[in-house]
Design a protein around this ligand. Structure first.
Ligand code: NAD
Length: 747
């Protein structure tokens, strides 16, 4: 691509490092808004609470054109992530002047220098169209004002030194290899989502809470403050037509003293600051002011005045401090108040988890969505899964474990520990009820079983009604449970209809009414049907995985035409026959299909079954058998074909990744998987290979694999016919239920 060619005129693939940070998250949203495809990379480092970063990027995460890789630039194989002609916005780094002195300097060299060198190397290897790099006004130190890009560079902090080094590295790659690097020098950025260590954020927080603020120096130091929206505009303009190798200042909007900016905040909040003065620490430049000729030539001069920009930041910050808002400190704004004043909203999720991993996986996805969206929420998850010890729960979620019980037949259960079933059931019922009373949640979400395992929820549901009038009790149902007549008979026999009527405020079906109307098929009476909502399918967020190392499970060397086939049997409890048949199918196709098949046995497979799958896998070329993976979504993302049982999560993950898919559904003891598989086949999203019935199962799977590969990924119209935004909608619904009661406070 030539330098003069505008690259914003057509959609491009943008790779944003530091995507979950303050500036990065705004940039991601702007790129998506403009119709670009975006890959975000962020290590969620602990420079400030990762929960805040998750919340920054939560809204963008739901966008279908956004992929978030939670990975460290110093570890990630970037060459695999990048594609030729990508536009890279390299914002990942360790910011902050004061903390760069002392022992933590290594964090700065790693994040700002080592990581930048890796980005440049990968960009060179993959021939990136452009790299826009976030440098800083700190490269100037105490330079004469206004600070000119071609003027002296004498950083006065270790942070400034790392930023200058990174800039110079970029310059070296431009000169040596023609890699088009455009460095932007940001001047004190502010606005919504500003980092909690930055001055305005600390000032607003303290003034709103009536606490003293610490001002370094006498407050007369001048800063060139730049609104984050203006910084994003400059980043986009630099990607379009910035001149490689030429740094550009991004500042010049509002040069004011610190004291003036504090006065603006005081006016917005309607409260005077209590000021404590401390001597200016080393590393802070006395004044900053950007020369703006280059920014002007780029057509990206700042537009937002400091009064308006600070109004945005104050409003955002007070919104995320419910306690403050209820005290009515925002002049002119109608404040609200939570029903229980001062407390964070609380959500309790329960799943009995006596068979498979489906319930736990769904609740984990919902819990993750909740803490991402709203980090101040208190989310507690009750689970009875035998896998709970090893399960990768999302950060910020409290876990309460129930003694595990496994299902051994229709309505027959057995404790995992050597204890009587009645003792374990009583203990579980007690833990659930006492957790409910301790947490006193705004919302209690029950997965799938309205009465819990063998009625264990009875006590808790009764207490919710008697003791917790403010708690909304919600039932989350899978898209499909079983054949309608079977469900109707079971529900009648167990008294479920009555419980739905009396104990549940709301029912959410994790599917689409157009595809299967669970409310009418299962005979939910009209009085309850009014409380039923369909959320769409719950597709998981890649942020649930710690890294994208899953890609490394696949053999690295790949010849043209090689295929990656992923075979998954969900939790694995009854998956052995399907996996064995799939290995046979792969073997029978060896003259047609080359590459690699990864077979995931699932953590719940019996050891003897697992040994058999491993034995058979070892005899067939190109087969790799693994027990489980903590990076399933990444494995799915890198596969060319997926062969799976028909469980909710596996199917939704494969469909969400828009992969050719063969579903081999279980048909007993329930028809649920078969019904789901048939729905997906009807939509053109999957081939079905039945495991039951006469004849050659492996042959059926092989035929379906060939058909699925031939058909390729589902066409856009078919893929769009399924609603995969369930996690977002369920999160919205639950958050709405915790929403504050609006109370007008006299201004
Ligand atoms: P931020 O801390 O909010 O964002 C940086 C993000 O980078 C964080 O989310 C962090 O987790 C991520 N990160 C750090 N090391 C990483 C690694 N090795 N791999 C992947 N991700 C990593 O900071 P910000 O204020 O949004 O700043 C963004 C960039 O702009 C930084 O490079 C900063 O130095 C630069 N900058 C910011 C300002 C400002 O006023 N905010 C001024 C000048 C320059």
């Amino acid at each position: 691509m030539s330098e003069s060619e505008g690259i914003d005129a057509r959609p491009y693939r943008a790779v944003v490092t530091g995507a979950a940070g303050f500036i990065g998250s705004h940039l991601v949203e702007a790129l998506l808004e403009l119709g670009h495809e975006v890959v975000g990379i962020d290590a969620f480092t602990s420079s400030y609470p990762p929960a805040l970063k998750r919340s920054n990027i939560a809204a963008a995460s739901a966008h279908p054109c956004f992929d978030l890789l939670p990975a460290d630039l110093n570890e990630l194989d970037l060459v695999e992530v990048l594609r030729p002609d990508d536009v890279i916005f390299h914002l990942g780094g360790q910011p902050g002047v004061r903390a760069s002195w002392g022992k933590d300097f290594v964090d700065y060299t790693r994040a700002n220098i080592d990581a930048t060198q890796r980005v440049l190397e990968a960009a060179r290897a993959r021939q990136a169209a452009r790299i826009v790099f976030a440098s800083s006004s700190s490269v100037y130190g105490d330079a004469p004002l206004p600070m000119r890009e071609d003027g002296p560079l004498h950083p006065v902090s270790p942070y400034g030194v790392t930023k200058l080094t990174a800039e110079l590295l970029g310059l070296v790659y431009w000169k040596a290899f023609g890699l088009p690097v455009v460095p932007l020098r940001f001047f004190s950025v502010y606005g919504p989502r500003q980092r909690p260590d930055m001055a305005f954020n600390r000032f607003i927080d303290a003034i709103a809470q009536g606490k003293p603020i610490v001002v370094f120096g006498d407050g007369s130091q001048r800063r060139d403050f730049t609104y984050v929206g203006d910084v994003v505009a400059a980043l986009l303009a630099a990607a379009a037509h910035g001149r490689p190798g030429e740094p550009i200042n991004v500042g010049g909007g509002s040069t004011v003293t610190l004291a003036q900016s504090i006065a603006i905040i005081e006016r917005r909040i309607g409260r005077k600051a209590l000021i404590e003065q401390n001597p200016a620490p080393p590393g802070d430049a006395r004044d900053t002011q950007a020369a703006t000729d280059r920014l002007h030539a780029l057509g990206a001069m700042p537009r937002v005045r400091i009064e308006d920009g600070l109004a945005q930041q104050v409003a955002w910050q007070l919104r995320s401090m419910p306690g403050q808002v209820s005290r009515g400190v925002v002049a002119g704004a109608p404040p609200t108040q939570r029903a229980r004043s001062g407390s964070a909203p609380r959500i309790l999720l329960y799943s009995h988890d006596t068979y498979g991993l489906g319930h736990l996986r769904r609740n984990t996805a919902i819990a993750h969505g909740l803490v991402q969206r709203s980090p101040e929420l208190e989310v507690t998850l009750l689970t009875g899964s035998p896998m709970a010890e090893q399960w990768p729960f999302p950060d910020g979620v409290s876990i309460v474990r129930l003694p595990p019980v496994v299902k051994v037949g229709a309505e027959e259960y057995q404790p995992v520990q050597a204890r009587s079933m009645s003792a374990v059931r009583a203990e579980r019922a007690g833990i659930i009820a006492s957790t409910l009373l301790r947490v006193r949640p705004d919302v209690f979400l029950v997965d799938h079983a309205p009465l819990g395992m063998k009625g264990e929820l009875g006590l808790a549901l009764k207490m919710a009604r008697e003791e917790l009038p403010d708690t909304r009790v919600v039932l989350g149902l899978r898209d499909v449970l079983d054949e309608p007549d079977v469900v109707r008979a079971t529900w009648s026999a167990q008294g479920v209809y009555q419980i739905l009527e009396t104990a549940y405020d709301q029912i959410i079906v994790y599917g689409s009414r157009e595809l299967f109307d669970a409310a009418s098929e299962y005979g939910i009476p009209d009085s309850v049907a009014r409380r039923v909502q369909f959320s769409g399918y719950l597709a998981k967020d890649r942020g649930l995985e710690q890294s994208i190392d899953g890609r490394e499970t696949w053999a690295q060397a790949r010849r043209a035409g090689d295929r990656r086939v992923l075979v998954m049997g969900g939790g694995g409890g009854d998956a052995a026959p399907m996996l064995l048949a799939a290995i046979q199918a792969w073997d029978s196709l060896r003259y047609l299909l080359h590459g690699e098949a990864v077979i995931v046995v699932g953590p719940l497979m019996a050891p003897a079954d697992r040994a058999e799958v491993e034995r058979m896998g070892s005899q067939v070329a190109g087969v790799q058998v693994i027990r489980s993976s903590t990076t399933m979504l990444s494995l799915v993302a890198a596969a060319d074909l997926i062969v799976s049982m028909g469980g909710y999560n596996s199917v939704v993950e494969a469909v969400a990744a828009r992969k050719p898919l063969v579903i081999c559904p279980r048909t007993a003891p329930r028809r649920e998987q078969l019904m789901r598989a048939e729905i997906m086949a009807r939509l053109g999203l999957a081939q079905v290979a039945r495991l039951d019935g006469d004849g050659d199962v492996a042959g059926r799977i092989a035929d379906a694999m060939v058909a699925a590969l031939k058909a390729g990924p589902p066409p856009a119209h078919a893929w769009r016919s399924i609603d995969l935004r369930g996690t977002e909608r369920v999160t919205d619904l639950l958050l709405e239920m915790t929403a504050p009661v609006s109370v007008q406070v006299a201004a």
